[in-house]
Design a protein around this ligand. Structure first.
Ligand code: TXA
Ligand code: MG
Length: 331
């Protein structure tokens, strides 16, 4: 296959109204642009243009049978993409959209296979970023968008990280600063009598169940085509090791950290162990989630061989964080 010539990637700012207008142009021209969402930056194409959507796979280096999430600007637009929508779904989703929840529903027969990877369901979500929402709503635009990272790498939560992975392969990035949530959306398959979580995300099962009239189960270890469920995913270049607080504290007392080792930790007592090769994050759930990928990125840029991560507590609401950390550490 011929190697695509690099193109100039425009760096547009969400704080500039001319830039925001310009951010719509790549979609009209069948090109790719990275857009901010509340979870992570997305690598977007007009979801109704199969040629544009196909380019997402080559820019990311992602297998072409992996389905994409379509981002829409209103609950009504569910019907543009899905059919046989259970009656409970719209009142339910109105309580969480815009927000970090992706619904899997039976697809309409006119949805192109390039978007769904040939599956009979479609993933839909209304993202909670005001600039992106305005862009989607102003022209009833729908964009297909995976996270804006090369395949299996960390998802970007800053425009700088998008550029680090995709510069020269996309027409533009719309920079709206750091993503406020920080891990990818919860994926929920919706059926008439039940629902299943296929990927853990910022909205946990208790929060969703409290507003859902049908029972929700978390499907672990399933083989439905969610690439985020591959054992190896979300990886920095350095090897990630997960260690509990006690083991790390003992190391802090007994040894100097090895060369080439950095740390992602929250306990104050580990400051000395990692010194200037450490990034300290909050032990509060929302702040931890928001910093997780950007802290791993920062550490990775130091050219470390290993990143030791202090395992956060196994508490309800932290499932997505544990999920992403275990995939980052998988070998
Ligand atoms: O928060 C998010 O969900 C971010 C932002 C950009 O919206 N997007 C994101 O997309 O994480 P991506 O492609 O990196 O991960 C979406 C996952 C993939 O593993 C894909 O296989 C799965 O969702 N997926 C999408 N449509 C699906 C479908 N119809 N059936 C099963 N899995 C699906
Ligand atoms: Mg992804």
């Amino acid at each position: 296959m011929p190697v695509a010539q690099p193109i100039k990637t425009l760096w547009l700012k969400a704080s500039n109204s001319d830039d925001c207008k310009q951010a719509g142009e790549p979609f009209k021209a069948g090109q790719l642009a990275a857009v901010p969402t509340e979870t992570v930056y997305g690598l977007a194409a007009d979801a109704t243009n199969p040629h544009a959507v196909a380019q997402i796979f080559s820019a990311k280096g992602r297998p072409s049978n992996h389905p994409l999430i379509v981002h829409i600007g209103s609950v009504d637009e569910i019907d543009d993409w899905a059919t046989e929508v259970p009656t409970w779904v719209k009142p339910f989703v109105e309580q969480f959209w815009p927000g970090p929840l992706t619904l899997l529903l039976p697809r309409r027969s006119d949805v192109n296979d390039v978007v769904t990877g040939g599956l009979d369901t479609i993933g839909l979500r209304m993202p909670d970023n005001p600039t992106l929402l305005r862009l989607l709503q102003s022209e009833r635009l729908a964009v297909a968008a995976p996270s804006a990272n090369p395949y299996q790498k960390l998802s970007p939560t800053l425009a700088e990280q998008v550029i680090a992975g995709l510069d020269g392969r996309i027409a533009a990035v719309l920079d709206d600063g750091p993503c406020l949530v920080g891990t990818e959306s919860t994926i929920l398959r919706a059926e008439a009598q039940q629902a299943q979580i296929l990927r853990f995300g910022p909205l946990d099962i208790e929060t969703l169940q409290a507003k859902c009239p049908v029972p929700i189960k978390a499907l672990e270890g399933h083989d439905i085509a969610v690439s985020g469920n591959k054992r190896i995913h979300y990886q920095p270049n350095a090897r990630v090791k997960l260690l509990d607080s006690q083991t790390l504290s003992q190391l802090a007392e007994s040894a100097e950290p090895a060369q080439g080792v950095g740390g992602l930790y929250f306990s104050d007592k580990l400051q000395a162990l990692f010194a200037d090769q450490g990034v300290q994050v909050s032990s509060e759930q929302h702040a931890y989630r928001q910093r997780l990928y950007s802290a791993l990125f920062e550490l990775d840029q130091r050219g470390l061989q290993e990143i030791w991560v202090e395992l956060p507590p196994q508490r309800p609401g932290w499932e997505d964080i544990h999920d992403r950390l275990s995939r980052a550490a998988a070998i």
